[in-house]
Design a protein around this ligand. Structure first.
Ligand code: GLA
Length: 453
């Protein structure tokens, strides 16, 4: 059923018959066009908000109870009390995303009363598909709670401040992600991609191609950021922390004993101000060609392995073959260059150049950063054979979707080839195939649709 204002308000009324009039807000999903696994290192990314969203009908309550109902029965009803310390539910529970938003705003505003609300959720972003349905839920809950607290966007907190706050707040659910999703959801603009820089957060809107489509294709391999998937995702940010320490050590030896590198982005954007070539040279000197264990890293840093484990690496499990610091770092450098090149291609209306950067990005994610999977790789090969100008995995990886840049005259052939060579050959049921092609359009930022107060 399509989501309309009426459906939402009726859904809310049916779920909470005693509640007062409901307000409505919407937060879009996003597709990352290029710049994968860079945000948590402070490096720029280029995503776009899409015309699929999480919708929330909400009303305030007199007490401090938060009641959550979802149109999709796969998400069980959840109730909890809004207090000074809200405990997370078990890992992977959907209500944790709502709790994350409320805990984040409580820490910022210190409200006099921990207000309750009745929330009814619906949406058309496929979950576990790498299109940020979870961050959209965080942002939608944020808009609802701001309204219940009587706070006005831009007046009491700016969108940039909110995006920065929520990037931090979402860590409550256990992921160690960066700030890309919250920023593009709160600051995206129709017909534009967002070039996002971090620390401090800055967003520039870059017009997307007017005649070429971005088609999202779902691999139908679910990659919910819960359980094992969450650990696989977190391995990226945690390994990059080790990488940062090893590179800082090398930079101190090369340049200055007192040098501090707080995040990888400091190599380019901090006082060092290195070029891509200089950064590549430094990283090559800092990281060995082969995989290394924690013991090697500890020795390089002159710190006992035990201290290292306590210093923010408690959750880090050493991969069986050791850490591939060199290839992980290489992805950071080359992907950073591709983001800049892709932004320039948008500005120069050069879809060929943009598409080429997308293919390179995919294979860098797969071979250097190791966040792809056989199905995503097969889809990218098929897309290339089907005439896509560019194709790559998008989002956290390990499943989820690819994003494809397709010329208008190639759309039919593209869909037909993907259909036959990926979906049919892999035996996916027809119903799933129909929902697997998502010809997305760019969309505007998260906002209120109906406000009762
Ligand atoms: C997830 C995270 C983002 C980002 C991407 C990978 O979507 O939430 O912060 O790290 O993965 O680019």
């Amino acid at each position: 059923m399509t989501i309309t204002l009426d459906n939402m308000l009726n859904g809310h009324r049916a779920a909470f018959p005693d509640a007062g009039p409901a307000s409505l807000c919407r937060a879009p999903g996003r597709v990352n066009l290029i710049g994968e696994h860079l945000d948590y290192n402070g490096l720029p990314v280029l995503p776009m908000a899409i015309d699929r969203a999480i919708y929330l009908a909400f009303s305030p309550r007199e007490d401090n109870l938060i009641q959550l109902r979802n149109q999709d029965r796969a998400f069980a009803p959840a109730d909890f009390r809004n207090t000074a310390a809200i405990e997370p539910s078990q890992r992977g529970a959907w209500e944790n995303y709502c709790k994350a938003a409320i805990v984040g705003l409580n820490a910022h505003f210190h409200p006099e009363r921990y207000a309750g609300m009745d929330l009814y959720v619906d949406g058309d972003i496929p979950s576990g598909a790498g299109l940020s349905s979870s961050s959209a839920l965080v942002v939608a809950t944020t808009l609802a709670y701001l309204s219940v607290l009587g706070k006005k966007m831009e007046q009491d907190i700016t969108r940039l401040e909110l995006a920065t706050l929520l990037a931090e707040a979402e860590q409550y659910v256990g992921t160690r992600g960066g700030g890309m999703d919250q920023a593009v959801i709160l600051l995206g603009r129709r017909n534009h991609a967002c070039m996002i820089h971090f620390f401090p957060l800055r967003v520039t809107h870059v017009p997307v191609f007017s005649d070429h489509a971005f088609v999202v294709c779902n691999s139908l391999v679910k990659a919910h950021k819960t359980g094992a998937m969450l650990e696989r995702y977190n391995e990226g940010p945690l390994t990059c922390r080790l990488l940062r320490a090893v590179i800082e050590q090398q930079a101190r030896e090369d340049y200055d004993d007192d040098l501090r590198i707080d995040r990888l982005a400091d190599l380019w954007y901090g006082p060092l101000g290195l070029t891509h070539e200089e950064a590549a040279y430094l990283i090559e000197r800092a990281t060995p060609d082969e995989a290394v264990g924690l013991a090697w890293i500890a020795q390089r840093l002159g710190a006992p392995e035990e201290t290292l484990r306590q210093d923010g690496f408690k959750e880090l499990v050493e991969p069986p073959g050791g850490f591939l610091l060199r290839t992980r770092a290489r992805h950071q450098i080359t992907e950073h260059q591709r983001v800049e090149a892709a932004r320039d291609c948008l500005l120069a209306d050069d879809p060929e150049g943009f598409g080429a950067a997308m293919y390179h990005s995919h294979w860098s994610c797969a071979e250097d950063y190791r966040v792809s999977c056989p199905e995503l790789d097969a889809m990218v090969h098929t897309a290339q054979a089907a005439g896509a100008m560019g194709a790559r995995m998008t989002g956290a990886g390990f499943g989820g979707c690819t994003v494809n840049l397709v010329a208008p005259e190639q759309l039919g052939r593209f869909q037909e080839t993907m259909h036959r060579q990926y979906y049919q050959n892999n035996g996916f049921p027809l119903d799933d195939i129909d929902s697997a092609f998502l010809p997305v359009r760019s969309a505007d930022w998260a906002d209120y649709m109906v406000q009762e107060r």
